[in-house]
Design a protein around this ligand. Sequence first.
Ligand SMILES: *Cc1c(COP(=O)(O)O)cnc(C)c1O
Length: 498
Amino acid sequence: MTTLHTPAQDARSTADQHLLTTDNRDAYRAGMTTAVDLVADRLAAVRRPQTGVRPADLAHEVDAVDLDTPLPDTAAALDELGRLWLRDAVWFHDPGYLAHLNCPVVLPALAADALASAVNSSLDTWDQSAGATLVEQKLVTWLADRAGLGPAADGVFTSGGTQSNLQALLLARDEACARLRRARPGARLPELLGGLRILASDVGHFSVVTAARLLGLGEDAVVAVPTDHGRRMRVDALAAALADLREQGLEPMAVVGTAGTTDFGSIDPLPAIADLCAEHGAWFHVDAAYGGGLLVSPTRRHLLAGVERADSVTVDPHKTFFQPVACSVLLVRDGASLRHVTHHADYLNPETAPEPNQVDKSLQTTRRFDAVKLWTTLRVLGADGIGAMVDRVVDLAAETWPLLDVHPDFDVVVRPELSTLVFRYVPAERLPEDDVDELNRHVRRSLAATGEVVLGGTTVDGRAFLKTTLLNPTTTGDQLVAVLGLVIRHAEAWLAAR
Ligand SMILES: *Cc1c(COP(=O)(O)O)cnc(C)c1O
């Protein structure tokens, strides 16, 4: 007689094999070990930050996977990923990786991240997280203390600087609306929103504009304040813009000071911006997604002076605290301002709940325990250990800048305050500007194609520039000099082939 397999039996056997349960401890160990071995083996083989693979090269391999036909086991699936992903992945620990704000990651954070995935605590409520909630809260308080935000400060971990900025501006919007309503009781929301403006420098992050759109203000609500030669917000221009808004009867709802612009690492004059915000009753948000690492710098904390006067601060530990993605924090001076995102759901976090429920402070509901990575890192390296690595990459930029500055064939935009260098190759023979643009774009492309070096690229005053974002504390000055040598070599080859 044949036994009939019922769906319930199938589910039971699948579950018995694949769920993390008491009985599956050995399978768990084996699966994790296979994954760790795969990465360790790749690390042994990696010689370049990327292979130069093109989308078309990989697309057919990915396309060929039949997602409706499973492989025999995890080892086989990981092996397949080795081909589809790891073989050609972009590696941020390689000194040739210089493109974006990606950091090599520290080992304690990786171990802690494995715990976060396995235990799967969710930080929205105490009854899904227990101790994890307290760990996050303590870490938020610690960061807020480092920023100097005072005794009422609070905050929450988020998925990234984009989300931290969005939440900060949401709080600012609702504070402004509450203020306006006191003057105009009964005013409807759309009437209030139309008059709100956000001011940020002309090299502020685009997520500020995205936030304005999401918050119902429209992108035109963001006023771009001009920057000086160091790409820092001009205080006189900010004062003029604020006065101008007042004259038009518009409400400067927030000023965003960027502490570490994405392109230049420039730091806006935070104390002067704080003064103007106080004068105009505007919310002062500091976007320190990049510069936040200075909070633990043993030698350069002073560069963030003025951050202690912010109403809110964005910090991205997945940039300058060497954490795996995602790890970002929004800090606020007055914890009570977080009420603007609070919603009490009867099933989740009723108003009468006696326990701390972090969902009261967050735009997310189910939320990963990202704080545990940074916590574990701090417990192992200490703040000074992380800060020393931040200092190292800032030093590296400072040491390399003079070489670019005096070199006859390089044009460098600003003397770095953080760890980026933005420059272009300008040949001795005079070329039309458009050709110089093409030359620099070519250098970036041809270097990337070899896989040896991944440079960043950006546009400055309408012209094409190259960029190195230094976030690897093991990179040496000599290695950077070698990269500049490669830039020259590829530039000369382009010139010769013309
Ligand atoms: C990277 C960055 C952001 C966005 O952060 P994500 O974590 O990428 O979402 C915002 N502001 C600045 C200044 C940044 O450098």
